[in-house]
Design a binder for this molecule. Structure first.
Ligand SMILES: *[C@@H]1O[C@H](CO)[C@@H](O)[C@H](O)[C@H]1NC(C)=O
Ligand SMILES: *[C@@H]1O[C@H](CO)[C@@H](O)[C@H](O)[C@H]1NC(C)=O
Length: 110
């Protein structure tokens, strides 16, 4: 509760603070079926539009794309194993979604 209140205060005070900078954290997931030379699932994490993590269904590994992201294992040794498991789960979920969409749109090919 204290944490929530603190975050709320940050949200209220933040925009008025002249030294505040806005950063972005984005994840893009791409699922496809039958596209030649393209993995069925790709997950990319970006901070301020810079790719920091990458996963695809060929490597089946979540991997760092920046040195500073690599160092996270100093604090969280199991970080990449955990992220890989999350991405494997996303890959399976999106694969089911693609199959559902193919059926609904009578798409027999890729
Ligand atoms: C990452 O770790 C390496 C090796 O310990 C260190 O030399 C480097 O400064 C670290 N980079 C960052 C951004 O913390
Ligand atoms: C898919 O095929 C079924 C059976 O022919 C048809 O009823 C349905 O409208 C089709 N759906 C689309 C999105 O074309």
């Amino acid at each position: 509760m204290k944490m929530l209140l603190f975050l709320l205060l940050l949200g209220i005070v933040g925009p008025h603070c002249t030294s505040a900078r806005t950063h972005s954290l984005k994840y893009f997931y791409t699922a496809s079926s039958g596209v030649p030379n393209f993995p069925e699932f790709v997950g990319v994490g970006l901070v301020d539009e810079v790719e920091m993590t990458h996963y695809d269904s060929n490597t089946r590994r979540e991997e760092p794309k920046q040195d500073w992201m690599n160092n996270i294992t100093d604090e969280v040794p199991q970080y990449w194993e955990g992220e890989t498991q999350n991405s494997l789960g996303n890959q399976q979920g999106y694969k089911v979604d693609i199959e559902t969409l193919k059926q609904r749109f009578n798409q027999t090919g890729g």
